[in-house]
Design a binder for this molecule. Structure first.
Ligand SMILES: [Ca+2]
Ligand SMILES: [Ca+2]
Length: 243
């Protein structure tokens, strides 16, 4: 369970976990093929990648938030907002290194009946990365560590590390512009930009769900390399996303 979950919800979540385990068996064969291509891996070392998908609102779903950051980034602790490059538009960012700590976060109320929370966003890695990480947190727990580089000698080892926890699934798909020069510093290939579409499915979300971000970039500034978040969405449901 996500930290903060009530005992009643944990009992319900145990039943849900078994249902998810059965569904995951059928999905695993296909997802392994995609995961190898993306280089996804579990933090504990077991390959367990999966496909990204677009979720449309169903009758049981609740839209908790959708934020495109075109007018600002209200409610984000440590947040800032940038719309200085028209190729990117408004986004939550840009940020540099945080020493690996969660320094940008927002907390959302979750309906007590919700069994799943699907958190999705675009993750931009801008300019010259050398396999440093962007880290995603759920209620303070590290759930995803994604490194980046468009340097030709480092690009092949880029990968996603998904926490080996029973209550988290992650789907990561490169956006169509990834690996090209999109904006900000326009230099050589090392300053190309990347965009990943990330979807996290949390089983048994707590009543107050905090999503946070940090990075291991060495420089707190954003001149050499930076990251940003856009199109941040949370949907909760009583149904698993595979339905
Ligand atoms: Ca935007
Ligand atoms: Ca760039």
């Amino acid at each position: 369970m996500v930290p903060g979950r009530s005992a009643r919800a944990e009992r319900a979540g145990l039943r849900i976990d078994r249902a998810i385990a059965a569904a995951a068996v059928t999905a695993l064969a296909l997802s392994i093929l995609i995961g190898v291509r993306l280089g996804a891996d579990r933090l504990a070392g077991t390959n367990r990648p999966s496909l990204a998908g677009l979720r449309l609102l169903a009758p049981d779903d609740q839209l908790v938030t959708f934020e495109d950051f075109e007018l600002g980034a209200p409610g984000w602790q440590g947040g800032r907002y940038d719309r200085s490059d028209p190729a990117f538009g408004g986004m939550l960012g840009r940020f540099g290194g945080t020493g690996g700590r969660e320094e940008v976060s927002r907390t959302y109320p979750v309906d007590a009946e919700a069994r799943y929370a699907m958190v999705s966003f675009d993750l931009h890695a801008i300019d010259d990365w050398a396999l440093e990480d962007v880290i995603v947190f759920a209620n303070g727990v590290e759930v995803l560590r994604q490194n980046f580089s468009t340097r030709p000698d480092l690009r092949a080892t880029q990968r996603s590390l998904i926490a080996d926890l029973p209550w988290i699934e992650a789907r990561i798909v490169p956006g169509p512009e990834t690996g090209t020069e999109r904006g900000f510093a326009a230099g050589g290939e090392a300053e190309f930009d990347q965009t990943l579409h990330v979807t996290l499915t949390l089983v048994g979300p707590p009543d107050a769900l905090r999503i946070g971000f940090g990075s291991t970039l060495p420089d707190a500034g954003t001149d050499g390399a930076s990251w940003a978040i856009d199109n941040f969405q949370i949907i909760t449901s009583v149904r698993p996303p595979e339905d």
